[in-house]
Write a protein that binds this ligand. Sequence first.
Ligand SMILES: C[S@@+](CC[C@H](N)C(=O)[O-])C[C@H]1O[C@@H](n2cnc3c(N)ncnc32)[C@H](O)[C@@H]1O
Length: 194
Amino acid sequence: MDKKGHRGLRKNWQQAPLARLLARLAKGGVIVELGCGKGVLLNHLYKGTQEGAKLPVYGIDPYQPYVGAAAGGIYGPKTREALLRNLKAFGMEGRVSIIQERAEDVAPSWTRPVALLWVDTGQPYDELAPILEAWQKHIVWHGLIGISALWYDKRVHVSRLPDFLRPFGFRRRLCQQRHVVVLWREAGSDSTKD
Ligand SMILES: C[S@@+](CC[C@H](N)C(=O)[O-])C[C@H]1O[C@@H](n2cnc3c(N)ncnc32)[C@H](O)[C@@H]1O
């Protein structure tokens, strides 16, 4: 693994085991990461499902110049270069699908049921909420959503996203820390899923 990939791995170490565990448990759909960046967490999602249901894994990221509102990280074409290096280093080349578009542009035409949606776009609440609303429609009953990087930005209060997603059936809070929240969609709830 190269130096840059290693830096990314260290930054995400707390979320990595959680992402891997969730991917191992996920079934009945595909796994999608919004904001797959350098592919560090994507690697853990991929490895996790290899230990479980071996679901298809997708990473979505526009790789356009972008300053993360939350962490202030700078992303863009160089991030994509790091992704390509990491796909090779982690043995994911040709085994995961990368969609180079914005999450909000992909959602309307997405057709595959999602068992686990991992969100790491680093956006503030006002930008993230409509993206979550668009993507929750694709998550299966008993599906999981993990939203990370919440701690970076005071505008992204941990408590706001679970409250926002509750009317859509995400009533079970499986995990909540400063930097990540994981919600489970209960079957049979009166969600507005259409
Ligand atoms: C914190 S980084 C993700 C790090 C990544 N999870 C990893 O493990 O390497 C945030 C990423 O979100 C992406 N991003 C920003 N806006 C986005 C959007 N609207 N849709 C999808 N991805 C977006 C950025 O391009 C950036 O690569």
